[in-house]
Every structure is written in C-alpha cells, then in structure tokens.
Design a protein. Structure first.
Length: 205
C-alpha cells in the first residue's frame, strides 16, 4: 500500500475509533452527571503534554498546511498551540488523550478502577459526588472508558507513528510533515484525489 492510501486508511480508522469513544464518554458523562467547568482550559495550558504523531494525523489531514510552529512555542509556550480564545481550535480532531482526560479510568496498583481526573474536577467531585470521587460508585465507574485500552486501540494502527510521542506542537508538526512527504495535500495530489476524500468521509460516517 502506498503512503497516501496508508494515511487515508489511518485517517478513517482513527476517526471511527474516536466516534465509538465519544459515544462511550457521552454515556458515561450522562450517568456520572458531571462535566468540565464552563470556560476551563486548565488541561490545555501544558504545552509539554505528549501525544503520538499518529494521533495528530486527522488534524494534520484537515488543516493541510499548518501555520509555522516556532521552536520557542514547542519548548516554552504557555499552552497548547491550538488552545486559543478559551477553546480548542481542533476540537473535532483533538488527540485521544484530550478526549479521555477526566472522563476515563485506569487500574491502580490494587487492580481496581479509578478515575483519571484533573485536580480541579477532583476537588469538585469530592463535594458534589463524593462516592464517585472515592471510587465507590462501582456501577458508574464500569461505564468509564479505560484510558490504556482506548489509547492502545489507536496506537496499534501504526506501531511506528503510534509509539512516537512528542509534545503536542512537535507531534502535530511531524504529522504534517509526514503527510506532505506522502504527497497527501490537495494541491500536490492528482485530480482524482477528491474522490478518495469523499470515499474516506463516507466510510468514517
């Protein structure tokens, strides 16, 4: 399979997994009865959070040509480069980790499920939903997607790109460069590329 069709396939498969994950998160959030505080972007203020290059393929695919990301932004920026004006500029294609954070669970050292929460939400839940925060609401906890399971589902689609983890700006830039190298931008693709893209979108729905 050539690079373009491999990336087309990855793009479709990642979006399909995200669709399943979003449904599971929505069901869990409905039962757990909590959400991120309005206007809160605390978890987006850490530019050194690492994601895989693979996780950035759908965003790079949609954006085609990313704006230049300076070296200083990669290393010393105050937030994710896509967090602007109090919201995520690539919310529909945000990485798996961003989707899961504060709405997923993991196994602790005792093998029991516990929520993966930001500090702000943890303090809120201690007051509003103490049983959930303490991990004793087992029936609801079982609905929370396991962070390792869903991260692995994406990562195993392409071992090389799935294991290459970088700060989000650098990962996004590398994904963009990978697409460009494969000739996957519309202005460098043959005329029938749009047919491929239409096929990609229909399969992802």
């Amino acid at each position: 399979m050539d690079h373009f069709h491999h990336l087309l396939n990855l793009n479709t498969q990642i979006r399909r997994i995200w669709g399943e994950l979003d449904e599971k998160i929505a069901k869990y959030a409905s039962e757990a009865r909590y959400s991120c505080p309005s206007g809160c972007g605390t978890c987006c203020e850490y530019p050194d959070i690492e994601v895989s290059v693979l996780d950035c393929i759908p965003t790079a695919w949609d954006l085609r040509r990313l704006p230049p990301i300076s070296k200083s932004t990669k290393t010393s920026g105050s937030s994710c480069p896509f967090y602007q004006g109090g919201s995520c500029g690539v919310y529909a294609t945000r990485p798996t980790l961003c989707r899961l954070f504060s709405f997923s669970s993991r196994r602790n050292k005792s093998g029991e499920a516990e929520l993966v929460l930001c500090g702000r939400l943890r303090e809120t839940l201690k007051c509003d939903l103490p049983e959930l925060a303490a991990g004793s609401a087992k029936d609801i906890l079982l609905l929370a997607p396991m962070i390792d399971e869903w991260s692995s589902r994406v990562a195993t689609l392409d071992f090389t790109l799935g294991q290459r983890r970088l700060p989000i700006a650098a990962a996004m830039e590398e994904a963009s460069a990978y697409l460009e190298h494969a000739g996957a931008y519309l202005n460098t693709m043959p005329q029938n590329t749009r047919a491929y893209e239409c096929e990609d979108k229909s399969r992802a729905q």
